[in-house]
Design a protein around this ligand. Structure first.
Ligand SMILES: C[S@@+](CC[C@H](N)C(=O)[O-])C[C@H]1O[C@@H](n2cnc3c(N)ncnc32)[C@H](O)[C@@H]1O
Length: 281
């Protein structure tokens, strides 16, 4: 923790939050990617327009709910590894989404500082309502595409000490960042702002192995949403880890990343995932 003086959770509503450039506005007429994902996971924070778009995806890829759960379990295994074996005590979960089960602060434990970030005001409001009594958890309304503003956000600055290792999570997020927004540059900016020993967790949608017709139909559905989707190849996703050493087993299908030792079978994966560590030297 940095900062001094009176301690607040930082989760209080701030009127200026909704006015940040690119932070998004509440619009129930446009399918919203956070709420579509909530629908895949069986949640209730979604509107008819989100369900309609999600149903179109399900007509093309019926196993999307199973893949969304595989993604959540990847996130939870990664956080368990980081808070356990890797000894990380600070987590910056960008594109955290609407609260669901097994959120990062619940998996990491009370001894960890956690800052959730999303550019969706509804996701931020819901997350703040969930964690308002937790002094070690904060929620920022910020956009990944402006990493300097994200790093300068008072919720981030007030809760995380960037001179100490931080785990940055971008789970099921970077496929919402188009090439012209330069996802590689954004990841590098965040990497450079963090201390050696910091980690990066990425899961990313791919269409590797998917036929062209369903692939373009799926992208077409997201084209009208709050964040058009940009699936990437394994090679392109691997490049996002430049400057990090990948921990075992490297970049793999999400269900294959350190499966539970009890042999619990993982479901279908629609993406790749990895955990990287910023080397000390
Ligand atoms: C599919 S959800 C992933 C939620 C969670 N990380 C998980 O994997 O379970 C993607 C989230 O990223 C958020 N998002 C999309 N683009 C963003 C951006 N440019 N900056 C911050 N958040 C963004 C969406 O609002 C949504 O909540």
């Amino acid at each position: 923790m940095t900062g001094s003086g009176e301690r607040t959770t930082g989760n209080e509503e701030r009127p200026e939050d909704g006015d940040r450039p690119g932070s998004g506005r509440i619009d129930s007429n446009i399918p919203n990617v956070a709420r579509m994902y909530d629908y895949y996971l069986g949640g209730y924070h979604n509107f008819a327009v989100d369900r309609e778009a999600a149903e179109k995806i399900l007509a093309i890829f019926p196993d999307t709910p199973a893949a969304a759960h595989t993604n959540r379990r990847f996130l939870q295994r990664a956080v368990r590894y980081l808070a356990g074996e890797a000894g990380v005590r600070q987590f910056l979960d960008i594109g955290a989404g609407l609260p669901t089960q097994g959120n990062v602060h619940e998996v990491a434990g009370a001894g960890c500082e956690v800052v959730y970030v999303d550019n969706d005001p509804v996701a931020v409001a819901q997350a703040r309502a969930l964690v308002e009594d937790l002094p070690n958890v904060s929620v920022a309304l910020a956009d990944l595409r402006d990493p300097d503003a994200l790093l300068a956000d008072p919720h981030v600055r007030g809760h995380l000490d960037l001179d100490e290792p931080v785990a940055i999570l971008m789970v099921s997020l970077l496929h919402f960042v188009p090439d012209d927004a330069e996802p590689g540059r954004i990841v590098a900016r965040l990497r450079d702002a963090t201390a050696p020993g910091s980690h990066l967790v990425v899961s990313h949608l791919t269409l590797d192995g998917v036929a062209e017709a369903p692939a373009s139909q799926g992208q077409e559905v997201y084209r009208t949403s709050t964040a058009p989707i940009v699936p990437r190849s394994r090679a392109d996703i691997l490049r996002l880890f430049e400057g990090y050493d990948l921990v075992e087993p490297g970049l793999v299908w999400l269900g294959e990343w350190r499966p539970e030792p009890d042999g619990t079978p993982e479901g279908v994966s629609h993406g790749y995932g990895a955990v990287g560590v910023k080397p000390k030297y």
